[in-house]
Ligand binder design. Structure first.
Ligand SMILES: C[S@@+](CC[C@H](N)C(=O)[O-])C[C@H]1O[C@@H](n2cnc3c(N)ncnc32)[C@H](O)[C@@H]1O
Length: 288
């Protein structure tokens, strides 16, 4: 990269090896984060970084690397710094406007796909789409279906649209909206959603990555289950007979979500556990 002599002398070149040492020893970054940031800045592969430790970063790359390392050391999520997170083996653009897709949410997709035939041509809804990771994955895995992805955040819908374009997903539409308001009468085969389910006074909101994620993506307010309750009340009017509603929720909320579904007339109510053994996904279907 071309630089002026003045900037070269204030920012002397740094080798890959020096850069990794600076990040891990100087800023206490995890080795994996240091390597990911170096790859991001230089465009080098892991193999190139390992094979050519003496290769130099130019002054501008050095500045960018140091800035990202400082931001990571201050707690900014690595996914926001890289601008990307993998979900269901596909890369999704993420910005601070959207929740960072979580591995547990892949369980929501698994639960949905297990109940949708491969040649499903039905209408599906993804509530609170965020980055679009759930809705786009369902649309790509069931290419004959039509997915409607809804979010209250204009900025999140912008990111989700970007992801749909980048992943060449054509069978999905995006709507800015408040859960299922205005969607009744659609006779959908399935509604899935990962709504906010953390109470506003939960101390976790002040910790780790959560500090940087959109608050509206994490908490619906003082009542952790208010969004879940609203969706369960609205869903029967939008679903076809036999249609499924499947929601992600907090690890202690399985029993109450099952109770709410049963109370709204859903049958075949189930809960799936995450890899840690916690109930995280609960769903049910309307009677035929
Ligand atoms: C937990 S995030 C889920 C994002 C994404 N589906 C995922 O799993 O990574 C919840 C999403 O619900 C959206 N949301 C919050 N309140 C909403 C509402 N009343 N109507 C629609 N979407 C809402 C937030 O903007 C956020 O994108």
């Amino acid at each position: 990269m071309a630089t002026s002599p003045a900037s070269s002398s204030s920012y002397p070149a740094l080798t890959y090896s020096d850069a990794l040492t600076l990040a891990s020893r100087g800023h206490a970054l995890a080795a994996v984060d240091a390597r990911l940031l170096l790859q991001h800045v230089t465009g080098a592969t892991i193999a190139q970084i390992v094979s050519y430790p003496g290769r130099q970063l130019g002054p501008i790359d050095r500045m960018r690397f140091e800035s990202l390392v400082a931001r990571r050391a201050a707690g900014e999520p690595i996914a926001y710094l890289l601008g990307e997170r993998e979900f269901y083996s596909r890369p999704f653009v993420v910005t601070p406007a959207v929740l960072i897709p979580r591995p547990e949410t892949e369980g929501l997709v698994d639960a949905a796909l297990a109940r949708l035939p491969v040649d499903c041509m039905a209408g599906l809804v993804d509530l609170g789409t965020g980055s679009g990771c759930v809705g786009i994955t369902l649309a790509l895995e069931r290419p004959q279906s039509r997915v409607l992805a809804i979010d209250a955040s204009v900025d999140a819908i912008g990111v989700a649209r970007r992801n749909a374009t980048a992943l060449q997903c054509a069978n999905i539409d995006f709507v800015i909206g408040d859960w299922l308001q205005g969607i009744d009468g659609h006779r959908l085969a399935m509604i899935v959603g990962n709504p906010p389910y953390i109470s506003a006074d939960d101390a976790h909101l002040g910790q780790g990555d959560l500090r940087f994620e959109p608050r509206a993506a994490l908490t619906p307010g003082d009542d952790a289950l208010s969004a879940v309750r609203e969706i369960i009340l609205q869903a029967p009017a939008a679903l076809a007979a036999g249609g499924w509603l499947i929601l992600e929720h907090g690890h202690e909320q399985g029993p109450i979500v099952r109770q709410l579904l049963a109370g709204s007339g859903f049958t075949d109510v189930f809960s799936d556990r995450d890899l840690a053994g916690h109930e995280r996904i609960t769903g049910g279907r309307l009677p035929d």
